[in-house]
Each structure stands twice: as structure tokens, then as C-alpha cells.
Design a binder for this molecule. Structure first.
Ligand SMILES: *[C@@H]1O[C@H](CO)[C@@H](O)[C@H](O)[C@H]1NC(C)=O
Ligand SMILES: *[C@@H]1O[C@H](CO)[C@@H](O)[C@H](O)[C@H]1NC(C)=O
Ligand SMILES: *[C@@H]1O[C@H](CO)[C@@H](O)[C@H](O)[C@H]1NC(C)=O
Ligand SMILES: *[C@@H]1O[C@H](CO)[C@@H](O)[C@H](O)[C@H]1NC(C)=O
Ligand SMILES: *[C@@H]1O[C@H](CO)[C@@H](O)[C@H](O)[C@H]1NC(C)=O
Ligand SMILES: *[C@@H]1O[C@H](CO)[C@@H](O)[C@H](O)[C@H]1NC(C)=O
Length: 449
């Protein structure tokens, strides 16, 4: 399919007997593109070379761009419209996907949603962002040989909340693409996920580039860069289909949010209906390919008004939801600027959104035999964040965004936890099989040239 874009007639390019000068021209031109792009991708290393495709909407160019990036190591395989590298030796691991840390069953959503933050001392922070203003503490705190932090502990004790395990995460998401789409708070999740998977190269400016150029940010993670992490900055989710279908990075997992750029209930729900249709189109595409895709909606998280004022500032979590919700609802703590953020309306809108998503995405009579959690899973960011008035970027006067590492890392842990529940060995195999089928075709086309 992608190959067809390089010449008006793919059969002519393949057959030497039809190899007139026009065909040769059509055949060599993309090769030159390919070389230029390889050179550019070497210069830019693992960074997204988004600007390349901004100058051209040509599918050919995009294809070669992604192929060049994917050819850094290992062999090639086709990942939908694009190409990603894999190391055949690490492929088809026989390690079981399931390995719960305890003998307890994995917690349900309701078990994880409500809980408390408990102090824990680690040997070191899980990562330290290079960008200084994203940190809450001076350099020596990160380097002192231990890391005092807090762990999200679900209220239920008769189930287990999976510990973050990057190796298992990579196995579950073998050759998969994850799209995180939303505003700057979704970016916090995306950035955290990259860090937790060992990618320190994420640039804070990527999210602004994504917004400015309406394009996807792409990084490869996991052994042999087998898993693709995609971010799209789209505050109001006005361009979801474009991010899913037109960027050469078709996702198998989507984590989506809208809410912090406040619109009233009417506007929100009207827009959401359109967004739901786009999600359904994506889910249909997954079914057509017989691959399991996973949809997550992350709930919106309000800021804590006056987190930067000494009287109301906090240096630790407050495990008291009523107290924290009362603070967020207290209009006397807002000024004319912060009033416009409508933080006090977020939870009300979270509930409206969840209700509509459930109504539209899930069948009226849920089938008790076939699990459909992958069709809609809520990532409950609200509760756990409301208990954290600390570690906002208060040093910048910002009571909404957060310092890394921290609260947002729990989203990735939740994502992992739910994917453990949803994703079977067969689902992993289906994705490989589907890609191999395409790869075979691509290989034949390349060889035939
Ligand atoms: C991948 O790159 C190597 C050189 O690093 C090259 O020999 C090979 O042909 C490339 N493979 C594809 C499919 O482009
Ligand atoms: C969606 O993205 C495309 C391509 O990046 C852009 O041309 C278009 O203006 C965007 N549409 C909206 C509504 O933002
Ligand atoms: C919601 O906002 C829209 C657009 O700003 C406005 O036209 C509409 O009257 C508002 N609706 C309510 C109920 O406030
Ligand atoms: C806030 O807005 C109100 C009404 O619009 C105005 O009277 C008041 O002076 C404003 N306060 C500040 C601090 O700007
Ligand atoms: C509050 O924010 C301002 C910037 O807006 C900053 O200069 C000041 O240091 C902050 N105060 C605290 C206690 O973090
Ligand atoms: C790949 O080739 C197989 C048979 O060789 C064919 O059935 C299938 O439709 C092809 N797929 C694509 C995407 O061209």
C-alpha cells in the first residue's frame, strides 16, 4: 500500500520488462529521499523529525521517514503504515505475561481508585528530569543516595496493585503503539511514561511543537525500540482522527483526556459525542484487523488554589478527600485569573464524561462472558491527585502542573496494571501475526525491485 505511493503503477516498478525511463525515475526519487532522511535521522538521533513531514503531506515521504528511523537496529517489520525495528532474537519470548507480585488477584478499578499516599524511602528517584524547572527540589536532594517519596496505596488490601515493571510492560506492548492525546497534563503522563521506560531524551518543547504544527510526537522505547510512544497535544480533542489515522502511527492503546481547558457542560458533551465517534471508528479498524486495542480515558485533575501561598502550601500529601475537595471548592481562595480555570467544576464534569462514555461505548447489556474492559477503561487520576496539594510547580506560581518524578508516574502504573488484566498472550500474538503478514508483503515488494 505504502509502496504504491512511490509510483503510479506498482506493477511497472516491479517488472523489468516495463522498466521504461519514467518508471526508473519514479523508482529512484524516493531512494534519494530515503538517503537524505537517513542522514537527518542520524543527526537528530531518536528525536522526532516532525518537520520533515510538515513540508510534505506525501505518504511516500512519511513512509521513508519512519522506515529510516526504524532501521537503526535489528530487522524491519511493518507496523501498520509505518516501519519499526525489532530484534528477532528477543522476539516471541516464552516468558508468561502474567506474574502478579503477590498471590492476590489484581485489583479492580474501584479498588485502585480510592486510596492513600504512604511514605516510602527508595534508594534513588526512579528518574530525574533534565529540565530543572520540572523539579521540586534542589539538585542535592536527588543525589543524596536515598529518595523519600510516597506510594499510592489502594484502600483494598485483598487484591494487588501491580508494581511498575518495565520489562513486563515492554513484553505486553511488544511492537505496539501507545498514543497519549490531550493537553499539558496528558503530556505529564507521556513524559513520565518515557522516563519510566528509560527514555531520557524527551524535550519539553515537543508538546508545543505538536500543538503548533498539529502533528504527532514519536519516541521509540523498550529493547530494540520495539514499542512506540506517541503524543499529540490537542487540548480540546478537536483532531483525534487525524492523530490516529493520518500520521503513520496507528495506535493500539489510546490514553485520552480533556477537561483542564474548561468549556461548559453543553459544549463539552456536544464535542465529546463527536470524539466518541472517532474512537469507535478506531475500534472498528482494530476489529477489522483482528487485533485487540485498548481505550483509556483519564479523568481530569484540578489544581490546588493558592498552593504557593505560605498559609495554604503543603509539603506532603493530605489523605483527606473531604478536606481537599472543600479547599478546591472554596471560591475565596481564587483570584480573577484562577477563577477562570474552573477547578471546582472538574469532578462534576468527570462524572458527566464517564456517564456518556459508558453509555455510548459499552453495549446496553454487558456480556458477562466476554470482557470488554479494553473498550473503555477509566484511569482515575482525580482522586489520587486531589490528595496531593504538594509537589505542584509552585516555584513557578503553578498550582496545576506537577514536579517529576511523582504523581503522574501512577498513571503509567495503572496503565500497566490494566493492560496486565486485559492483554493475553494471544492478543500479543495477534498483533505480531498481523504485522508479519504485512511485512511479508513489503519484503516481497522490496526484493522484487
Ligand atoms: C537497514 O540499514 C542497513 C545499514 O545500516 C542497510 O544495509 C539495510 O539495507 C537497511 N534495511 C532496509 C530494509 O532498509
Ligand atoms: C488537524 O490537523 C491537520 C493536520 O495537521 C490540520 O491541517 C488541521 O488544521 C487540524 N484541524 C483542527 C480542527 O485543528
Ligand atoms: C456554553 O458555552 C457556549 C459557548 O461559549 C454558549 O454559547 C452557551 O450559551 C453556554 N451554555 C450555557 C448553558 O452556559
Ligand atoms: C475581579 O473582577 C471584579 C469584577 O469583574 C472586579 O471588580 C475586581 O476589581 C477584580 N479584582 C482584581 C484583583 O482584579
Ligand atoms: C510563588 O510563585 C512565585 C512565582 O510566581 C515565586 O517567585 C515564589 O518563589 C513562589 N513561592 C513559593 C513559596 O514557592
Ligand atoms: C499480503 O499478501 C497476501 C497473500 O500473499 C494477501 O492475501 C494479502 O491481502 C496481502 N496484504 C496486503 C495488505 O497487501
Amino acid at each position: 500500500m505504502t509502496q504504491q505511493a512511490t509510483t503510479s503503477n506498482p506493477d511497472m516498478a516491479r517488472s523489468p520488462t516495463h522498466g521504461g525511463s519514467n518508471t526508473a525515475h519514479a523508482y529512484y526519487r524516493p531512494k534519494i529521499f530515503f538517503m537524505i532522511i537517513i542522514m537527518l535521522s542520524i543527526v537528530s538521533n531518536t528525536r522526532v523529525i516532525r518537520h520533515l513531514s510538515l513540508h510534505s503531506n506525501s505518504k511516500t515521504l512519511q513512509y521513508y521517514r519512519l522506515m529510516a528511523r526504524g532501521n537503526k537496529s535489528g530487522s524491519m517489520y511493518s507496523n501498520e503504515y509505518a516501519t519499526v525495528s525489532v530484534n528477532e532474537k528477543t522476539k516471541r519470548s516464552s516468558t508468561p505475561v502474567f506474574a502478579s507480585s503477590a498471590d492476590l488477584p489484581l485489583c479492580s478499578r474501584d479498588d485502585i481508585r480510592v486510596g492513600s499516599w504512604q511514605p516510602v524511602t527508595l534508594k534513588s528517584p526512579p528518574y530525574v528530569p533534565r529540565t530543572v524547572h520540572l523539579r521540586c527540589y534542589p539538585e542535592d536532594v536527588y543525589q543524596q543516595g536515598f529518595w523519600n517519596t510516597y506510594d499510592w496505596q489502594p484502600s483494598s488490601t485483598d487484591c494487588s496493585f501491580a508494581s511498575w515493571d518495565p520489562d513486563q510492560f515492554c513484553r505486553l506492548l511488544y511492537r505496539a503503539t501507545i498514543l497519549v492525546i490531550g493537553d499539558s497534563l496528558s503530556w505529564e503522563h507521556y513524559r513520565s511514561l518515557n522516563h519510566l521506560l528509560g527514555n531520557r531524551g524527551v524535550h519539553q518543547s515537543d508538546q508545543h511543537q505538536s500543538k503548533k504544527f498539529q502533528g504527532n510526537v514519536v519516541y521509540y522505547v523498550c529493547p530494540q525500540h520495539q514499542t512506540r510512544l506517541v503524543f499529540r497535544r490537542d487540548d480540546l480533542l478537536t483532531n483525534v482522527s487525524q492523530a490516529i489515522f493520518n500520521e503513520g502511527t496507528f495506535p493500539h492503546v489510546i490514553v485520552m483526556n480533556r477537561g483542564a481547558h474548561y468549556k461548559n457542560d453543553t459544549v463539552l458533551l456536544t464535542d465529546l459525542r463527536e470524539i466518541i465517534r472517532e474512537i469507535q471508528a478506531w475500534q472498528e479498524e482494530c476489529s477489522l484487523r483482528s487485533i485487540k486495542c485498548h481505550f483509556f480515558w483519564r479523568t481530569s485533575v484540578p489544581g490546588h488554589p493558592q498552593c504557593n501561598h505560605s498559609a495554604t502550601s503543603f509539603s506532603a500529601p493530605v489523605n483527606d478527600i473531604e478536606k481537599m475537595e472543600a479547599m478546591i471548592a472554596d471560591l475565596s481562595l481564587y483570584n480573577n485569573r484562577t477563577l477562570e480555570y474552573h477547578w471546582f467544576d472538574y469532578q462534576h464534569q468527570n462524572l458527566l464524561v464517564e456517564e456518556l462514555l459508558q453509555h455510548e461505548l459499552l453495549p446496553p447489556k454487558p456480556d458477562t462472558i466476554i470482557s470488554n474492559e479494553n473498550v473503555l477503561q477509566i484511569l482515575d487520576a482525580y482522586y489520587l491527585n486531589v490528595l496531593r496539594p504538594d509537589e505542584h510547580r509552585a516555584h513557578q506560581g503553578d498550582c496545576l502542573h506537577n514536579c517529576y518524578p511523582g504523581k503522574m508516574d501512577v498513571y503509567s502504573r495503572m496503565l500497566f496494571h490494566y493492560l496486565l488484566q486485559q492483554r493475553s498472550q494471544k492478543d500479543i500474538g495477534d498483533l505480531i501475526a498481523w504485522q508479519d503478514k504485512l511485512f511479508g508483503n513489503e519484503t516481497r515488494r522490496h526484493r522484487s525491485k
